[in-house]
Design a protein around this ligand. Structure first.
Ligand SMILES: Cc1cc2nc3c(=O)[nH]c(=O)nc-3n(C[C@H](O)[C@H](O)[C@H](O)COP(=O)(O)OP(=O)(O)OC[C@H]3O[C@@H](n4cnc5c(N)ncnc54)[C@H](O)[C@@H]3O)c2cc1C
Length: 306
């Protein structure tokens, strides 16, 4: 048996949470419903400055809505990116007119049958015609629990997707798996790439075949004219080499630990990310100056270094 039950949206449990025009985004139907309310001039409050909140903010702003993003942490996208890079994205949103309120949470929603305002934790009232809540998801572990599988923030699996019970596997968003990339701890990954690659491993294990090599975790997001991509793991303490121009919104940042590439963050430079992934997967020592020099063809650099 393979459990691929994914997850469901985390619900914001505050008074007024059941008012009309408070939306969550999970499936196509949710997207269609939300879309009808994003008309020019709509005052939209987005609760949560993660990738989904940021993508909604970008789409709504492009449609002419007045958007405020409320983020509980001191930076948006803090689960995925160090402040150096999340600030680049926050800057773009502000340039486009989005109000970003950091270290801010919601006390309650106010309205009649429909939401009219959002009351913040300091008592301030923000008028709103619509609200979207994007505060993450919770893995759907109930079936796993009923089978008495080990569950700890997700169904616990090994590198092959094996659960704590023989012949029961799990894959995708519902699992928490060994962090093969950094080599320490466990991680729950929420991406198409992970769901697909992890399922390949599960299939191989069931067929008693050698497990395929897992590529570096990779994620993308499109916001305004920015194509944002990350691969591997990018953290604040890494040595960082930038190829291209951060100011012009066209760069690839290489995160290096102990002389090896461990992650990349790129804006409008997806091709560099693809090459960098090969470099990460091979684990070769990198020469920072060669990565930074845009006159060097990165593919040639990789060919030399791998
Ligand atoms: C709005 C949104 C945007 C996203 N954007 C991106 C993106 O740009 N890039 C990216 O890589 N990832 C993105 N993701 C994440 C991506 O969708 C997930 O990582 C991926 O779908 C996980 O696949 P999965 O099969 O594990 O789970 P899911 O796709 O959630 O599928 C699980 C399925 O199991 C069903 N199910 C649950 N319980 C049961 C049960 N008991 N019996 C039968 N069926 C059950 C569910 O209804 C669901 O259909 C996004 C997610 C959301 C919500």
């Amino acid at each position: 048996m393979v459990l691929c039950t994914g997850g469901r949206n985390r619900i914001l449990n505050v008074p007024g949470g059941d008012l009309e025009a408070i939306y969550y985004l999970r499936d196509l139907e949710d997207a269609a419903t939300l879309s009808t309310s994003l008309k020019p001039g709509t005052r939209l409050v987005v609760v949560g400055g993660g990738y989904i909140g940021c993508e909604i903010a970008a789409s709504a702003t492009t449609r002419g809505c007045h958007v405020t993003v409320l983020e509980a942490m001191p930076h948006i996208l803090s689960r995925a990116l160090p402040p150096r890079w999340s600030d680049v994205i926050a800057h773009e949103h502000r340039q486009k007119g989005v109000q970003i309120r950091i270290s801010t949470s919601v006390r309650r929603f106010v309205g009649d049958s429909r939401v009219r305002a959002v009351e913040l934790d300091d008592g301030e009232l923000l008028e709103a015609d619509a609200v979207v809540v994007g505060i993450g998801m919770e893995p759907a572990v109930e079936l796993g629990r009923s089978l008495e599988l080990k569950v700890d923030g997700g169904i616990l699996v090994d590198e092959a997707g094996r659960t704590s019970r023989p012949r029961v596997f799990a894959s995708g968003d519902v699992t928490i798996q060994p962090d093969v990339w950094t080599g320490s701890g466990f991680r729950r990954l929420e991406s198409f790439q992970n769901a697909q690659e992890q399922s390949d491993s599960v299939a191989a294990a069931i067929l008693d075949q050698e497990l395929p090599k897992r590529p570096a975790p990779w994620f993308w997001s499109d916001q305004y004219e920015l194509n944002i991509q990350t691969a591997g793991v990018v953290e604040g303490g890494d040595d960082v080499v930038v190829r291209g121009s951060v100011e012009d919104g066209n760069f690839c940042a290489f995160h290096i630990r102990h002389g090896r590439l461990v992650g990349t963050f790129a804006i409008n430079r997806g091709r560099d990310v693809r090459v960098a992934m090969r470099m990460m997967e091979s684990g070769v020592a990198v020469v920072p100056a060669e990565l930074a020099d845009t006159s060097n063809d990165l593919r040639r650099v990789v060919a030399r270094q791998t």
